[in-house]
Design a protein around this ligand. Structure first.
Ligand code: BV8
Length: 236
């Protein structure tokens, strides 16, 4: 049985990573247009670097939670029958042990060179404009997908969802496309769909089943259920 999981900011909320739209969310303090568009970066790179340098530095102060660990346990059990597609730019899935993770909106721990295109693992700030380790150009930008830019891995995601038996959406408001449209794609291909979220999202009515509550409770319980023999055996 193939399982595709889409995660959003809600899965990292209980780790202390701010979400976007909730009260005290990221968009509370910053106008999207000012920090998460290529136009903003062209106009005020210093403002944009400060925004992402702060979020990158904050990663050292947060840790994966039981929801991240439960997905790593699921991967342990079903291997490459699982793909986690995340909208998150944090590294908490990997720090929990997940390897089959696709960051469709990029990663804070990566810097992309606009001269040679290299995607460099990155842990420090970018605001002081360090040179690209590969080509030396001073053209490193945060390796995140901004509004108006094409997300990473769209073909791989479309193929995975078309071939999935179970599509599960965790901790996302369904406000940003193309991620918000994945459930329809899954439904069109006959998948069973499940939402695990603190509250109703923009897409709740599209899911076969929806459970509302904190991810740290819902996700481990769902994984236990799945691995408890309710329906999932390696090789179907
Ligand atoms: C594109 C990286 C073309 C940067 C991000 C169709 C209709 C309308 C508009 C569009 C459309 N198609 C495209 C657009 C434009 C735009 C868009 O969607 N605009 C919106 C605002 C209307 N989309 C784009 O520009 C995209 N690019 O379309 O290119 C294209 C597309 C496909 C193929 C070819 C070409 C690019 C969008 C990516 C932008 N970058 N992030 C950064 O991080 O700074 S988006 C960013 O915001 C996140 O990555 C995420 O995607 C989104 C935030 O959403 P969530 O993660 O869901 O977070 P949110 O706070 O909203 O909600 C949290 C949820 O968790 C809530 O439901 C809450 O209840 C729940 N929760 C909270 N606590 C918990 C919890 N759940 C469980 N437990 C808890 N404890």
């Amino acid at each position: 049985m193939k399982v595709t999981v889409l995660t959003g900011a809600g899965i990292s909320a209980e780790s202390g990573v701010p979400t976007f739209r909730d009260a005290d969310g990221l968009w509370e303090g910053h106008d999207v247009e000012e920090v998460a568009t290529p136009e903003a970066y062209a106009a005020r790179p210093d403002v944009v670097h400060r925004f992402y340098d702060a979020r990158r530095a904050a990663l050292a102060t947060v840790h994966p939670n039981p929801a991240h660990h439960a997905l790593a346990r699921l991967e342990e059990a079903i291997g490459d029958d699982l793909l986690v597609v995340t909208q998150n730019v944090d590294d908490l899935h990997e720090r929990a042990g997940s390897t089959r993770v696709l960051h469709m909106h990029g990663e804070l721990r990566s810097a992309r060179c606009e001269a040679c295109g290299a995607r460099n693992r990155w842990h420090d700030d970018l605001g002081h404009r360090p040179p690209c380790p590969r080509c030396g150009a001073v053209e490193l930008r945060p390796d995140v997908v901004w509004f108006g830019e094409i997300p990473y891995g769209m073909d791989r995601i479309a193929t995975a969802i078309a071939g999935t038996d179970l599509f599960v959406s965790i901790g996302t408001s369904g406000a940003v496309y193309p991620a918000a449209g994945f459930v329809q794609h899954a439904l069109r291909h006959g998948a069973t769909t499940l939402e695990l979220n603190l509250a109703r999202s923009n897409g709740t009515c599209l899911f076969d089943d929806a459970r509302h509550g904190p991810a740290t409770e819902l996700v481990p319980a769902w994984v236990d259920e799945l691995l408890g023999g309710q329906g999932v055996r390696r090789g179907g």
